[in-house]
Design a protein around this ligand. Sequence first.
Ligand SMILES: NC(=O)c1ccc[n+]([C@@H]2O[C@H](COP(=O)([O-])OP(=O)(O)OC[C@H]3O[C@@H](n4cnc5c(N)ncnc54)[C@H](O)[C@@H]3O)[C@@H](O)[C@H]2O)c1
Ligand SMILES: O=C(O)[C@H]1O[C@H](OP(=O)(O)OP(=O)(O)OC[C@H]2O[C@@H](n3ccc(=O)[nH]c3=O)[C@H](O)[C@@H]2O)[C@H](O)[C@@H](O)[C@@H]1O
Length: 342
Amino acid sequence: MAATSEKQNSTKPPPSPSPLRNSKFCQSNMRILISGGAGFIGSHLVDKLMENEKNEVIVADNYFTGSKENLKKWIGHSRFELIRHDVTEPLLIEVDRIYHLACPASPIFYKYNPVKTIKTNVIGTLNMLGLAKRVGARILLTSTSEVYGDPLIHPQPESYWGNVNPIGVRSCYDEGKRVAETLMFDYHRQHGIEIRIARIFNTYGPRMNIDDGRVVSNFIAQALRGEALTVQKPGTQTRSFCYVSDMVDGLIRLMEGDDTGPINIGNPGEFTMVELAETVKELINPSIEIKMVENTPDDPRQRKPDISKAKEVLGWEPKVKLREGLPLMEEDFRLRLNVPKN
Ligand SMILES: NC(=O)c1ccc[n+]([C@@H]2O[C@H](COP(=O)([O-])OP(=O)(O)OC[C@H]3O[C@@H](n4cnc5c(N)ncnc54)[C@H](O)[C@@H]3O)[C@@H](O)[C@H]2O)c1
Ligand SMILES: O=C(O)[C@H]1O[C@H](OP(=O)(O)OP(=O)(O)OC[C@H]2O[C@@H](n3ccc(=O)[nH]c3=O)[C@H](O)[C@@H]2O)[C@H](O)[C@@H](O)[C@@H]1O
């Protein structure tokens, strides 16, 4: 356990906003960039932010794991812009807020090209911070519960420094995000940038890639295809699953609140992978089997957020229970897999 961010607050005021922000050409009150906005969480964030007519939303995404399909209802909208852009390259635009989500999130995808994952986390975050500094924008990083590694404290408060393997196959992601958090605080202390850090815990919902590899999408797709649910051994490892609308609500509250974070955003309801498989089986396809398969290295054995800080500072807590969220995701997967309900 160690000191939290409150003690590390900046002494410098944030830089002045770009003069262009108030120019007559700026048509809306708030210009918001979402890096990684074509992905799962990002596209839901776009939907929510576009509900406010004073927001203009710009998405920058390289489509590694995201797609235009997720944003199709906004393409052509006068307050929406989509840019094919890789965050490892600099981006020069005028914005007031930056939600920096760009990074593959499923272990299968982030391990596919680990060097690129590190570059996305380090160079990508540097580029987004450079942009924030140049235009005086506030920036939010979507960090992860993986910064706690295989945690030795349960549940995990923000003050826990974690138990992370620096040279393992997950390190490109968890150490990458840890460096990204460091960069955020260094820019905050050194340049006065307004930062927000969310530590996101496993999030699920409609629009996850069907063959994404993450456990909830795997189980739902397997149940609908009539395949056995693949529980990775030992099956007693736990996760806490947050429905995506709760996550988006938490991220917006964090961005518009006064606390830098890091703040855990997740649902504290904790399940073993066997329990999750049994729940999916019961809700979606009681006739399928559950089979035990080999696991991957360094899989965290337990994970559950302590959300006291989110409750206190953001007035936030999740509303959607797992048994309510799974059927909403099932509906979306049925449509995309073309498996009608009997
Ligand atoms: N979903 C979760 O459970 C979870 C948990 C913890 C943290 N997070 C974080 O939240 C963010 C979004 O996760 P998600 O679940 O929506 O994942 P996702 O893979 O659906 O979305 C990531 C998006 O980033 C884009 N991207 C990847 N590399 C890029 C690059 N170099 N340049 C530009 N775009 C790039 C992808 O194409 C995709 O659209 C990520 O930063 C992830 O680390 C997610
Ligand atoms: O919340 C987080 O911070 C992290 O959570 C996930 O990482 P992980 O929990 O390992 O995600 P999954 O791949 O969904 O695995 C969850 C558990 O399910 C198990 N699993 C996975 C897939 C499967 O088919 N069966 C199965 O039992 C894994 O062994 C693991 O124990 C995300 O993918 C990360 O992007 C995110 O940062």
